[in-house]
Design a protein around this ligand. Structure first.
Ligand code: MG
Length: 163
């Protein structure tokens, strides 16, 4: 088994939709960035890439590359899963924390877990997402941005049992 860790931050800016964990969340601001800036999915991708020693998303999907302008981060997550498949690995579980003062994320977490677990080929039970505020402290507390951390456990893909 191998473990990987990911961390990411994006600014909250006006004039952008808020895409988080693959869910479109109603809010007056969104995350700024080259892609859809889904900070949670970016942290998960870095955890997965880290677990298999394949670098990071900045290397795999450079933000200087116009192909990734406005990219759906869930598409990039799917590409990372293809890379893991080539390596003969599969995901055991993922656990994440999102630091966000507002909006309230709890109502959206089941949909995030469902969508992201589907992409990873695991059950929503094995894709944990927790949201927290930072009690008004720091850049997340001031609503300047959202931060996300993710840890992923990876194992060798089980041999085909002949089904
Ligand atoms: Mg990012």
């Amino acid at each position: 088994m191998r473990v990987g860790f990911g961390f990411d931050v994006h600014r909250l800016v006006s004039g952008r939709p808020l895409v988080l964990g693959g869910a479109l969340i109603p809010f007056e601001r969104g995350l700024g960035g080259h892609s859809d800036a889904d900070v949670l999915v970016h942290a998960v991708m870095d955890a997965l890439l880290g677990a298999v020693g394949l670098g990071d998303i900045g290397e795999k999907f450079p933000d200087t590359d116009p192909r990734y302008a406005g990219a759906d981060s869930c598409d990039l997550l799917f590409r990372v899963m293809e890379m893991l498949g080539v390596e003969g690995r599969e995901v055991v579980n993922v656990d994440c924390v999102v630091a966000c003062e507002s909006p309230r994320l709890a109502p959206h977490i089941p949909a995030m877990r469902q969508r992201l677990a589907n992409i990873l080929g695991i059950t929503p039970r094995d894709f944990s997402i927790k949201a927290t505020t930072t009690e008004g402290l720091g850049f997340t507390g001031r609503g300047e941005g959202i931060a996300a951390w993710a840890v992923a456990l990876i194992t060798d893909r089980k041999p085909d049992e002949g089904r």
